[in-house]
Design a protein around this ligand. Sequence first.
Ligand code: NDP
Length: 530
Amino acid sequence: EKADIGVTGLAVMGRNLARNLARHGYAVAVHNRTEARTKALVEEFGGEGTFLPAATPEEFVASLERPRRVVVMVKAGAPTDAVIEEFAPLLEPGDVIVDGGNAHFLDTRRREAALRERGLHFVGTGISGGEEGALNGPSIMPGGSAESWEALGPLFESIAAKVDGVPCTTHIGPDGAGHFVKMVHNGIEYADMQLIAESYDLLRHAGGHSPAEMAEIFRTWNAGRLDSYLIEITADILAHTDPETGRPFVDVVLDQAEQKGTGRWTVQTALDLGSPVNGIAEAVFARSVSGHADLREAAHSLPGPSRSAAPADRAASGDEAGRGASADGAEPAAFAGEAGRAALAGEAGRAALAGEAGRGAFVDEAERGAFADKVEKALYASKIVAYAQGFDEIRAGSDEYGWDIDLGATAAIWRGGCIIRAEFLDRIRAAYEGDPATPTLLTTPDFAEALADAQDAWREVVATAVRLGIPVPGFSAALAYYDSLRADRLPAALIQSQRDYFGAHTYRRVDKDGTFHTLWAEDPRTEVTR
Ligand code: NDP
C-alpha cells in the first residue's frame, strides 16, 4: 500500500496534522528525525487510520504515491532548510513539498524559487489554530503554484475547519503569499488580544469590576457582535480561580507577555511596505513594554494623575479618604505590587476597589453598566481599525509581490479554525464582496455605521483612560488612525515645510501642480520650481 501524503516532523503540530489526515481516510506516511516520535504516534493513535511509519527519508519517500506530497512540520528557520535539503534530492519533478511551519515569507520565496529550478513545487502554508486546530480542523493558507493547489486542495479542504460547510482553506497565491497571510493573521491576533486586554484593564480599574463580574461581561459580549474565540476564552479565563491560592487566576500570572516573532514580522514588513498598521504595532510594543521589567522597575515611582485631575464623577462619589487613595492608586493599579493585587481578588474586590485598598472604581455605581457598554463600543471600533490595517497590509504585500490575493476569500477562511475566528470575519468577507476595491474597510457601509455609532463612546473611554493613567495604546492608536484618515487637513503640511526648510526636500501646493522649493535663506524668501 502507498501513502496519499506524508508528514515529516511529528512534534505536536505534525502529529496532529497526520492524525487529522488519517481520520479523514488518507493513508499517511509518517517520519521524524528522532524515530521514537514516529513509533509513539503509531502506538498511541494507529487505530485512528492508516499510518505508514518510516525510519528513514528514503523509506518515507518510497512509500508515497506520485506526485508525492511531503508535509514538513519542523522548527522554522534552519531546521526547515535542513529537512528540505534532506528530502528534495529524493523527490522527482512534479512532486510537492509543503512547509506548514511558521516560516518568514521571504524565506518561503527563496525556497520556492530554488525548488522550482529543480522541478519541485514548494508550498509555504500557513496553518492556524494551534495543536487543537491541527487535529480537529485548522485554517489553512497555502501559497504556491496552481498545479500544487490541484494536488493539495482536496486534502486540505477535507481536513480544514468548516464554517457552514465551507472549508477554511483557499489557494492564497504564489510563493510566499500563504506565509505572508499567516503572518498578518498573527499580527491581527496580537492587536485583538491587546484590545481585549485593554478592555479588561478599563473594566477593572475604571469600572471597578471583579474578574468574576468581568467574566459575565465578556460572556454577554460574546453573545453579541464581538462573538469570537478570543472573547470566549477571555470569559473562561476571568472566571477561573487559581486552585492553589484561591485568587483569580489572572492575578497569579506574571504580567509580562512573550512573543515568538510573527507579530514583529508583521510590523517590520509593514514598515518596509509603507503600510500604516499602528494598531498592530502598538500591540507588539505593548508586549515588549510589559516584558521590560527593568524599565518598569525604574519608572515605578513616577506619579500618576494628581487629585486635581480627578474626574468630576469621581469627586462626587465615595468618601474623602477613598477618593484620595483612588487618585494615588490610579496609575499604580496597572502596576500594583503583590499586596495591591491581592486586595483586588474575588467578589470582595468591589469593596476593596471602592474603599480600603484604595484602587478606586472611578465610575459611579449607577454608571458602571453604561461604562461597560462604552468599552464594548471602543473595543469594537478599535477592532475594526486593527483588522482594516491588517487587510491593507495584505493588499500592499499582494501588490508588491504580484500575488493577486483575494481579500474577501482570505477573511472567509479565518471564520473558523484559527485563533481570530469569529463571525466578524464574515462581515469583512461581505464588505469586500460588496466593494472589492474599497481603499479601506472603514468606509464600507456596515463598518462605517458601526464606527459612527461608536465614536463618541470610543473617545470617552480613551479620555477616561488617559485621565486615570490607564495605558490604552491599542484603543488610542486605533482612534488616532481613524481621526487621521478622516481629517480635512493633516499637520503633514507643516512637516513638508520643515523638510523643505532644512533639507530642500521640496513640497507640492494645494493650488497648483508641480514641485516647489522656497529659498529660506534669502531675503526676501522666494519660491522656485523644482
Ligand atoms: P517545534 O517547532 O517544536 O519543532 C519540533 C520538530 O522539529 C520535531 O519534530 C523535531 O524533530 C524537528 N526538528 C527540529 N530540528 C530539526 C532538524 N534539524 N532536522 C530534522 N528535524 C528537526 O514543533 P511544533 O509542532 O510546535 O511546530 C512545528 C512547526 O509548526 C513550527 O514551524 C511552528 O512554528 C509551526 N506552528 C506551530 C504552532 C503551535 O501551536 N505549536 C501553530 C502553528 C504553526 P526531533 O523530534 O527529532 O527533535
